[in-house]
Design a protein around this ligand. Structure first.
Ligand code: PMP
Length: 407
């Protein structure tokens, strides 16, 4: 597919509507992206023609559903360049992927006195599971500080690392600020100390080429719904040897080899971590979402989003009272800001009255907001289907809103 923005927009039915009497401008992509028609149709096609439980059936529908389901695993293996498709585990999302690692890797390998390192930029889903684990085990959580523009302090990180560090769990791209972390260096330094590294890829997988072999991360967690796919579905990538060394997550069907009342033996990866009937329809539809990304091309999506980011940063900065939060040198297409003298929620409500959807608040990063001494921000995040004229629409609205308190 060539990069024709009008053709791309036609693939997303939700974009073609009015909100509050104005054409919808959807700038809440960091919260969730819209879905192309191929994803929506895959969901109904599955229930209309293929619905069946997978992996065990001896009949044609079960075989078809299994093949389609497993095909998405292959697509995802290629998407993140895993060595083998067995290294791709389906979960409910980034949150569950991280909790899975905390519950299994954590249960086995984290002991009293050990240390886990995260950063100030983390989403709550990459903070709370580690706090719970540390509390249970008597381990310590350490936090990498950031600069005033929202970049992690690599020197401070190097000083936090020690022989006690068992895991570094860090966000690849900040959902609140858009900062791209230097994860290759983070991983390299952690490995020198023998620590494993989990990357929270919830925001990076939609904007960057994420190659798990090149990065050498031990785990990568991400969500389908930020990648034009369905909600409530995600992936945990893990290196085979690490996954094999971990105990199972939940007990039940599918994750077993043999069950007797005396003893159960467990299935191989990935099934060891996929107890119960999975989200079959959504997994199949997720494959179509990745097909969409591949058909446009990650490099072209990134180039388009970078152009929008540059344009919006310049346009918004001309508005009196516009105060950006997080201006890292390496960023994806996320702009977090406040309007001087105004509460972010009020700004969001006024933009919504003009058909413009943004997110306001702490973005599930309360400690990060505290670091900046603010309650929250307004966040506009751009995606493949957004346009410069939509940014102009927002700038016009924002200028009027800002004038209320910034004459
Ligand atoms: N980490 C980051 C950086 C995120 O942006 C999000 C979603 N906002 C999550 C984790 C959690 O993802 P999910 O809610 O899909 O589990």
């Amino acid at each position: 597919m060539s990069f024709n923005i009008e053709e791309i927009r036609k693939l997303f039915p939700v974009l073609h509507q009015e909100v509050n009497g104005k054409p919808l401008v959807y700038f809440d992509n960091a919260a969730t992206t819209q879905k192309p028609i191929s994803v929506i149709e895959a969901l109904s096609n599955y229930y209309e023609t293929d619905n069946s439980n997978i992996h065990r059936g001896a009949h044609t529908l079960a075989d078809r559903a299994t093949r389609y389901f497993e095909n998405t695993r292959k697509i995802l293996k290629d998407f993140v360049n895993a060595r083998e498709e067995e290294e791709i585990i389906f979960t409910k999302g980034t949150t569950e992927s991280i909790n899975l690692v905390a519950s299994t890797f954590g249960r086995k390998y984290i002991k009293a006195g050990d240390e886990i390192i995260i950063s100030t930029l983390e989403h709550h889903s990459n903070i709370v599971p580690w706090q719970m684990l540390c509390e249970e085990k008597g381990a310590t959580l350490k936090v990498i500080p950031i600069s005033d523009i929202g970049e992690i302090d690599l020197e401070a990180y190097a000083n936090l690392l020690s022989d006690k560090t068992k895991l570094v769990s860090i966000v690849h791209v900040s959902n609140a600020l858009g900062t791209i972390n230097p994860v290759k260096q983070v991983i390299h330094l952690a490995h020198e100390k023998g620590a494993k590294v989990l990357l929270d890829g919830a925001q990076s997988t939609s904007h960057l080429d994420v190659d798990v072999q090149e990065l050498d991360c031990d785990f990568l967690a991400f969500s389908a719904h930020k990648l034009y796919g369905p909600t409530g579905l995600g992936v945990l990538y893990g290196k085979r040897e690490v996954l094999e060394s971990m105990p199972p997550y939940q007990g039940g069907g599918e994750m077993i080899k043999e069950v007797t009342f005396a003893k159960t033996t467990y299935n191989e990866i990935p099934f060891k971590f996929e107890a119960g009937t999975p989200n079959i329809a959504d997994v199949i539809a997720f494959g179509k979402a990745i097909d969409f990304i591949q058909s446009v091309g990650k490099d072209r999506i990134k180039a388009h989003e970078d152009e929008l980011l540059g344009y919006a940063s310049k346009t918004f900065s001309e508005i009196k009272g516009f105060e950006p939060v997080g201006t890292a040198k390496e960023k994806v297409s996320v702009i977090s800001f406040n309007i001087r003298g105004m509460h972010p929620f009020d700004v969001g409500m006024m933009l919504d009255a003009n058909g413009i959807a943004v997110r306001t608040g702490h973005h599930c990063t309360q400690p990060l907001m505290k670091r900046f001494g603010i309650e929250g921000t307004v966040r506009a995040s751009f995606s493949v289907y957004n346009t410069k004229s939509e940014i102009d629409q927002m700038a016009t609205s924002l200028a009027k809103i800002a004038k209320i308190k910034n004459k």
